[in-house]
Each structure stands twice: as C-alpha cells, then as structure tokens.
Design a protein. Structure first.
Ligand code: 5GP
Length: 119
C-alpha cells in the first residue's frame, strides 16, 4: 500500500489548505510558502509518489493537471503575461513532498532557466 502523504491529507480535507479547485481526479491549492504572487500546487487525488511512478492508467489525472493549471492561471489573471509549470522529481529535482504535484508559479517575471546554457 502506498504511504499516506501531507497532500493526501489536504485532498481529504483533514488538514487545512486554501483549495481553489477539486474534482474526482485532482485538487489545486495555494502553496504555503509562495515563491511568487501566484503559487498554486495541483496534485492528483491518487497518491503517485514521483514522476518515476506514473503509469498509463494515470494519464487522465496527469492531463487534468494541465487543464486545471491553465484555467487557474486565467482566473488569477496571469495567463496573458505567462507563468511557469514545474514538476520536481526526487532528490536532484528538489522534490520535498513525495506526492507528485505540479507547481503553477507566476505574477512576476521568473527569468529564463539555466541561462548559462544559452547563447
Ligand atoms: P516540492 O519541492 O516537493 O516540489 O514542493 C513542495 C511544495 O509544497 C513547496 O513549495 C512547499 O512550500 C509546499 N508545502 C509544503 N508543506 C505544505 C503544506 O502543509 N501546505 C501547503 N499548502 N503547501 C505546502
């Protein structure tokens, strides 16, 4: 059995969070420590620990992460300027919570990634 997670407790509303959206596949809530004016986490309701654990049966929930992220970005008024979607995987990816989640970050310029590799 998959171990319970902090985010599973948020999905089940056992611990408080600022939930923006929930359906049968995913839940979206504000990050407790926002890195930008908008910082929302979108998680599958089902516990998938990391990207390395996804399987074909998860494709509906994983696709839903994108459609919900895009809708929340429009609702937050950041869609036109743009934003960043980020999924960290394990140690080198900087993953802290082992319940797969997509970060939606925006509301200010975030800069380019890995600028040393450009040019
Ligand atoms: P990761 O580094 O795993 O990709 O991101 C984990 C995120 O979860 C971090 O941005 C962190 O601020 C957020 N986080 C950690 N604990 C909580 C919590 O209890 N509630 C909420 N809403 N976010 C949390």
């Amino acid at each position: 059995m998959t171990e319970d997670t902090l985010f599973a407790k948020i999905v089940r509303k056992e611990i408080p969070a600022d939930i923006l959206y929930q359906d049968e596949l995913v839940t979206a809530f504000r990050d407790i420590s926002p890195k930008a004016p908008t910082h929302v986490l979108i998680v599958p309701n089902k516990i998938i620990p990391t990207v390395d654990d996804v399987s074909a049966e998860d494709e509906a929930a994983l696709g839903r992460l994108f459609t919900v992220a895009a809708q929340i970005a429009r609702d937050e008024g950041i869609a036109e300027d743009g934003y960043r979607l980020l999924v960290n995987c394990r140690d080198h990816g900087g993953q802290e919570v082992y319940h797969l989640h997509m970060h939606l970050i925006g509301g200010r310029p975030l800069g380019i990634m890995a600028p040393e590799r450009r040019g």
